[in-house]
Write a protein that binds this ligand. Structure first.
Ligand SMILES: Cc1cc2nc3c(=O)[nH]c(=O)nc-3n(C[C@H](O)[C@H](O)[C@H](O)COP(=O)(O)O)c2cc1C
Length: 448
């Protein structure tokens, strides 16, 4: 591992020279046409390979329905030209909300979600063209050990984890019965998502939330959801199977951590023999099972943001108080690219969305194009970049490049806002709204 450094590259040559110094073969090409190639998802043909990653804005109404700010966010994404919109983490039960302003899909909020999808699609058509279809995926979740439905932590833990828990005693471990019921909640929410007009639902299995925890529940004792592989994968595969049976018209996607960054037996995707190493044997087994059960779209990510945020979202500036990561951001990006490439190579039949491109700023299209060309992923997903510069795809279509003055600078302020309990957005590039909110949050914190 090499020293962490902020982004400081004037030219592609500078970037590639750094990669080469680090011993990284960074995919890179100037022909950006792969980004704008069509692809068919389900029955829908969409016009490009650019995906907006799921990004919580923490701005839902108290009843879980999208607020004006939520509408604004998705309309900006839609008018920006990305053909795949992966709507943010949306809770399937009230007690599993990550905060009192997380989206929550239920019988009473479904109509507002329906309006959100319709207006988002309309915006895409108005901005890009009547024939520009977008594919809308809704991420369904339970926030597990990070649940804060009323603003303070009310954890629902799948398994004791010494990297996350001080002690085993007094943990609120979800019972098998609760997990059985929770599976039904996911299926119910998938039906509502279908009614709301989403093309697909994502069963969120990443970033340390419940289903991700279950995949690594080696130490969950006397449970049909712990121990052996089949038990650990049971929840996720059951949900996919049951949605396929009961909501047959909706597409099924999974966003999965292929690597948690925690040693075996407490993390998923880690080598059993060498704790520092990645072992994709089990993630591949999961993907194989998911495809069998009817999953048709994957989004690959890594790390637990509360523990090692650099694994999933390489950045320049850590959150205030957090340590500087022990590696260069390009090493993190390279890890994400290679995990995704390995899975895409093994499973060419399923399109995979790649993660972790925002740190590359205006060079992300060149890296993404080479990744697509070499079939190392089927979509390039942009998270923080989409907050900062939602119209980047449109600029790529019209001008053939991204504007360096508009890109995400990976300053982590969007995450900081979220951790301060506020709404999340781009403080630097969407100043009018989020610059002001950020200042207000800091003032409130300083008063405490
Ligand atoms: C403010 C914020 C909110 C996020 N919300 C979600 C979410 O709802 N679901 C999810 O799977 N990942 C979420 N992520 C992670 C992103 O989807 C993405 O994986 C990460 O930012 C790395 O991609 P990037 O380098 O393009 O930003 C969030 C990240 C941030 C910074």
């Amino acid at each position: 591992m090499s020293r962490h450094e902020p982004f400081d590259f004037r030219s592609p040559e500078d970037l590639l020279a750094k990669a080469s110094d680090l011993g990284i073969e960074l995919p890179f090409q100037t022909d950006l046409s792969p980004l704008l190639e069509e692809i068919t998802l389900g029955w829908k043909k969409i016009g490009n390979r650019l995906a907006v990653q799921p990004m919580e804005g923490y701005d839902a109404n108290p009843d879980g329905s999208p607020s004006d700010l939520t509408f604004r966010r998705y309309k900006r994404f839609a008018s920006g030209g990305s053909a795949l919109l992966w709507f943010e983490a949306t809770s399937v039960v009230p007690e599993g909300r990550s905060n009192p302003r997380q989206l929550w899909l239920h019988e009473q909020s479904v109509d507002s979600f329906k309006r959100l999808v319709a207006e988002t699609r309309m915006e895409a058509n108005q901005s890009i063209g009547a024939d520009h279809d977008i594919y809308c995926v809704l991420q369904l979740t339970h926030s597990g050990r990070y649940s804060k439905p009323e603003g303070k932590l009310q954890p629902h833990v799948a398994v004791y984890n010494p990297f996350l828990d001080e002690k085993r005693e007094n943990l609120h471990i979800l019972s098998d019965k609760k997990l059985d019921r929770l599976q039904e909640n996911f299926v119910d929410a998938a039906l509502l998502a279908y009614q709301a007009g989403f093309d697909a639902v994502d069963i969120k299995a990443c970033h340390g939330y419940v289903i991700n925890e279950l995949l690594a529940a080696f130490d969950r004792q006397n449970s049909k959801y712990g121990g052996f592989f089949n038990n650990r994968a049971r929840f996720l595969t059951n949900v996919v199977k049951n949605i396929r049976q009961e909501v047959s018209q909706i597409g099924i996607a999974v966003r999965m951590n292929a690597y948690d960054g925690i040693p075996f037996p407490y993390g998923f995707g880690s080598s059993r023999d060498e704790s520092e190493k990645i072992d994709l044997t089990e993630p591949k087994q999961v993907v194989s099972r998911l495809i069998e059960e009817g999953c048709s779209l994957l989004n690959i990510t890594a790390g637990i943001p509360y523990l090692f945020p650099h694994l999933g979202r390489p950045f320049d500036r850590p959150l205030p108080g957090d340590p500087i990561p022990p590696e260069h951001p390009l090493e993190g990006i390279s890890r994400l690219l290679s995990i995704t490439a390995d899975l895409q190579k093994e499973f060419p039949e399923i399109p995979i969305v790649g993660t972790g491109y925002s740190w590359l700023r205006h060079f992300s299209p060149q890296v993404g194009a080479a990744v697509l060309k070499n079939k190392k992923a089927a979509f390039i997903g942009l998270g923080r970049s989409a907050f900062a510069y939602p119209e980047a795809p449109l600029d790529l279509m019209e001008k053939g490049k991204m504007n360096p003055k508009k890109v995400c600078i990976s300053c982590s302020r969007c995450t900081e806002m979220m951790r301060l309990g506020g709404t999340a957005g781009c403080v630097m590039r969407d100043k009018e709204i989020y610059g002001e909110q950020y200042k207000k949050l800091l003032r409130e914190r300083n008063k405490q």
